[in-house]
Write a protein that binds this ligand. Structure first.
Ligand code: NAP
Length: 244
């Protein structure tokens, strides 16, 4: 039977890479984002994926929209969720003295509140099933820090703490919880960095390049697989050795 996987924020960037990887492995995938993209429309229209892919336009900062999305996934895919990947996230640049309240709220609302909300809703179902995999996408900046990203870094470090506590809370019911902490990826989120900064990061990275969504997707799929059944509460860094 095909596993049911929820990936938040799967319309582009890393999330789209995650959706693609799970679809290629034969899983059923539900994803959401505020807007559809040519990629989500192509998946939705692909006859080979009929009954195996769902995209909904959802603002995860909105509790009612989020709950409706989870209910839709349960109604369409047999009432179960096997894997949850909390991927949707947002960054706002700014040194702390100039970081506005609105930007601070935007980052906390999506990276933390929305992740807690989705996890609360999905974990209830996993507890009833007696199985599940939860993977939180954090970031190396939550571990090492980055000038001008203090609020974002704080949310990512908090996610790693969330992962560790949830692993203890849910472990006895056959649910594993892990974080994957990517290094710098070439996605819309890193557009704030100019070519010189990106070049410098690549030179400092032992692997000699930035990460690609596929690099991270492989690690996430591993943690979602049977091979990782005894791994929980961990932060798996996927950064080409940058923080070694
Ligand atoms: P991205 O390209 O900006 O994509 C973000 C995704 O989240 C999009 O699908 C976006 O769609 C969705 N999203 C944003 N706000 C939303 C909201 N309020 N409600 C629902 N969906 C929302 O970002 P990315 O680079 O792929 O990052 C994905 C994850 O990896 C994030 O958690 C990020 O912190 C983490 N990460 C990224 C990097 C990097 O270098 N890029 C490094 C480390 C960790 P809409 O805009 O249409 O809503």
């Amino acid at each position: 039977m095909s596993r049911v996987v929820i990936v938040t924020g799967g319309s582009r960037g890393l999330g789209a890479g995650l959706v693609k990887a799970f679809l290629e492995r034969g899983d059923t995938v539900a994803t959401c984002s505020r807007s559809a993209t040519p990629q989500t429309e192509a998946w939705a229209a692909d006859p080979a994926l009929a009954g195996r892919f769902l995209h909904a336009c959802v603002n995860l900062a909105d509790a009612a929209e989020t709950e409706a999305f989870i209910n839709q996934v349960l109604a369409e895919f047999g009432g179960r969720v096997d894997v949850l990947v909390n991927n949707a996230g947002v960054a706002r640049d700014g040194v702390i003295g100039l970081m506005g309240e609105r930007d601070t709220d935007t980052v906390i609302d999506l990276n933390l509140r929305a992740t807690f909300r989705v996890t609360r809703l999905v974990s209830r179902r996993m507890l009833r099933q007696g199985s599940g995999r939860i993977i939180n996408i954090s970031s190396i900046v939550g571990v090492s820090g980055y000038r001008g990203l203090s609020v974002y870094s704080a949310t990512k470090a908090a996610l790693d703490g969330f992962t560790r506590s949830l692993a203890r809370e849910l472990g006895a019911r056959n649910i594993t919880v892990n974080s994957v902490a990517p290094g710098y990826l070439r996605t819309e989120m890193s557009h704030g960095l100019d070519e010189a900064q990106l070049g410098q990061i690549a030179r400092r990275t032992p692997a000699g390049r930035l990460g690609e969504p596929e690099d991270v997707a492989r690690a996430v799929c591993f943690l979602a697989s049977d091979d990782a059944a005894f791994i929980s509460g961990q932060v798996l860094v996927v950064d080409g050795g940058l923080t070694a």
